[in-house]
Design a protein around this ligand. Structure first.
Ligand code: ATP
Ligand code: MG
Length: 427
């Protein structure tokens, strides 16, 4: 018989049966006559008990926290067991005896990050990683249901997408190249054959400051599609985010509640999301006492203050040209503004940026020159406007920011197994 999963046993399906399980020692408690071993596998935990007359007593005695084990026994109901079921141990084998596990109660965040490779075994971290996996699945499901084709962009790039300040340089054989900041420009090339395309891939930003919402390596959900305008863009983005929120609550309610997440906040994420223009956002901020002028970029504090008003995801769109990237399309009746939209959420601020891409060759060249970018770096990109150009839109959404908001996590570092930040790259 194959081993049972602890989830199956806890569900009550195996009551009265004999089962084999395998896992790790999560807790151990012993008295003179009984040893209680709580065993953990990927699906849950269960209490296993053994009395002194058991032939495996000596093995149970020497077993340590986090040792890996094979265990057989009978599932029985016991009011005193957490969850009401336990296993009466009949056989116990140690696979790997653990040394004294360094993680005990009440340890600092800093220490837990130093031993991240071990801390990932905690209930908190493993629950977050399961929810993360579900979120990624629902992102895929959404795009496929909408008829998007998944594509695989390059990680090495020769020219910037989001500006030089956060560009990560590296040696590529004997050439100087960069790690990608966004797949957008390459996705744009693919819309001319596949039309609706998306990817979920790492992006790299040489972020020099420590914040609760920046990583150096993060996972980026990006999509581009043709024959579309700003309404289509914001419509698809809000459909995606509300779909992911609803589905995740539906599938991971238990896990989320275990993490202390307020799921009603996510159930309340319904379309359409409120939309305000950048100009309206500035007016709101001035009326709240912020010292900000039209034309300035919104910082973390400004974004948080605006997001607190809405309490749910919302969009800010129509930004001043000077604070947005070269590829943003200008409003033809107001060239000081560009068709760019950010989605914001409470506590974190921006979780996505999207917009219409400049589809006119001359306008694009004008912007490249205005920003003193090296024209030859963008030849191929300008080419896309030479052969069958088309109005098109796209966006990028940070997986970790989305998850951090959904799960009310204090720090973006806990949304990814091995966070990379200015100070953290080990383990
Ligand atoms: P910010 O101004 O907050 O640094 P950005 O405007 O530079 O972000 P974009 O280039 O618009 O970021 O990237 C698209 C999305 O990718 C962002 O909305 C965000 O969700 C995510 N993102 C960007 N930079 C990071 C980062 N360093 N760590 C985690 N996620 C990020
Ligand atoms: Mg942005």
């Amino acid at each position: 018989m194959p081993p049972s999963s602890i989830e199956d046993i806890v569900s009550g399906r195996c009551e009265g049966e004999s089962v084999d399980i395998r896992g790790w020692i999560y807790r151990k408690r012993e008295s003179k006559e009984v040893i209680f071993l709580v065993i953990r596998d990927a699906t849950g935990i269960i209490q296993c008990t053994m009395t002194r007359k058991n032939p495996f007593w000596d093995i149970a005695k020497k077993i340590t926290i986090e040792s890996s084990v094979l265990l057989s026994g009978t599932v029985r109901r016991d009011k005193r067991a957490p969850g009401g079921l336990e296993i009466a141990v009949e056989k116990l084998e140690i696979v790997g005896l653990a040394e004294t596990f360094p993680i005990t109660r009440d340890q600092s965040e800093e220490f837990l990050r130093d031993v991240r490779h071990l801390w990932l075994r905690s209930r908190k971290m493993s629950t977050i990683m399961k929810v993360r996996s579900e979120v990624l699945r629902f992102v895929d499901d959404f795009f496929r249901e909408e008829g998007f084709v998944e594509v695989s962009p390059p990680m090495f790039i020769s020219s910037a997408c989001e500006g030089g300040a956060t560009l990560f340089g590296l040696k590529y054989l004997d050439k100087q190249l960069y790690l990608t900041q966004s797949a957008q420009l390459h996705l744009e090339a693919l819309i001319y054959s596949l039309e609706k395309v998306y990817c979920v891939a790492p992006s790299f930003r040489a972020e020099k400051s420590r914040t609760i919402r920046h990583l150096i390596e993060y996972w980026h959900v990006e999509a581009e599609w043709p024959f579309a305008d700003m309404d289509d863009l914001m419509g698809l983005e809000e459909d995606l985010v509300s779909y992911v929120c609803q589905k995740t609550v539906e599938n991971c309610k238990k896990e989320m509640e275990g993490l202390g997440v307020n799921v009603s906040k996510l159930i309340a994420v319904k379309t359409p999301f409120p939309r305000v223009t950048y100009t309206e956002a500035i007016e709101r901020l001035i009326s709240k006492g912020f010292k900000i002028e039209w034309g300035e970029d919104l910082g973390f504090d400004e974004e948080k203050a605006l997001a607190a008003d809405f309490g749910n995801p919302f969009f800010i769109y129509a930004y001043p040209r000077q604070i947005k990237a070269f590829y943003c399309k200008t409003y033809r009746d107001d060239p000081d503004l560009v068709m760019s939209a950010d989605m914001l959420v409470p506590r974190i601020g921006e979780i996505s940026t999207g917009g219409a891409r400049e589809d006119d060759r001359d306008e694009l060249l004008k912007r490249i020159r205005e920003l003193s970018l090296r024209e030859e770096d963008y030849d191929w990109y300008v080419d896309l406007r030479r052969y069958g150009t088309v109005p098109h839109v796209g966006f990028g959404l940070g997986v970790e920011r989305l998850l951090g908001w959904m799960l009310d996590l204090e720090n973006i570092m806990d949304t990814i197994p091995f966070p990379r930040t200015i100070r953290r790259f080990y383990p």
